[in-house]
Design a protein around this ligand. Sequence first.
Ligand SMILES: *Cc1c(COP(=O)(O)O)cnc(C)c1O
Length: 327
Amino acid sequence: MKLAKLPRFNLAEFPTPIHYLKTLTKSCQGPEIYMKRDDLTSLGLGGNKTRKLEFLVGQALVLGADTLVTAGGIQSNHCRLTAAAACKAGLSCELVLNGTKPSVPNGNLLLDTIFKARVHYCARENRDATLVQVAQDLTDKGKKPFVIPIGGSNAIGSVGYVNAMVELKDQLAAMELTPAAIVFASSSGGTQAGLALGAKLMGFTGEILGVSIDQTKIGEDSFLPVLAGIANETAQRIGGDMVLAQTDFSLNCDYLGAGYAKPGDLEFNAIQRLAQTEGILLGPVYTARAMGGLLDLIHKKVYTKGQSVLFWHTGGTPELFAWADRF
Ligand SMILES: *Cc1c(COP(=O)(O)O)cnc(C)c1O
């Protein structure tokens, strides 16, 4: 594997800890629940994008880029961490955010501002075109932009989650733990593609279950081909001969609720439950939906006593402040 030779810019300390959630486990009366704390990656309030950005920024620096350019929603964790990574790497950052500028920035948007990212607001349907335009304008001005796709989910970023699986394997061995499932929030796919590929490479045989935040797996919009595509390009990038098929991905789309960034009872209940049993915070958009899904699956006895499950906390806690009126 070429993994160790790929350009990488250090952004945080690894490994992130694994915590046993004793009180939550007791209250569920089901499997032992463990949590991998990627909310604690030590850059700009943490989250899963940090692992992807180590490889994306590494590549940007090799190419001599001076500006990171990416896009997302107003409360995008990915955009906030890209802005933080740019500061640490000595690069500029321009963000294309779909939505309108609020009078007072809050949550992730507040942090984007503190990390001095230049923000371009646009309508959701113009987001891709605006991203291209912003990069073009920078090039025209003699700058060297490095464009990062939504969520950092390409073969470069996904390597971060292959690497995370290598990290996890050692931790599980030391803890003598064999989870029946690894459960996490899945959206633009880079995390799931990397974890599924890493699991295959590491011989991890448990389930790798993405709880979908906004994607479907049926019909023309099926996200499974996208997952397989990212995983296979990532495999090529690390020099592996592994090929993943759509059937290698397990994506649960039962918890989409009212849609992306529209949290409801499932999410707010999960936030309060984790906070009040373990002192751990979840974000309303991603991690609370995924945890709400896991708690429901435990309630339905999909996972039971005698098993263990690992919830991979992908971060997103700064989102909380944008939903202050809901608590
Ligand atoms: C982006 C994000 C995810 C989803 O990761 P993808 O690689 O985009 O699927 C999950 N949780 C949080 C908090 C995120 O910000």
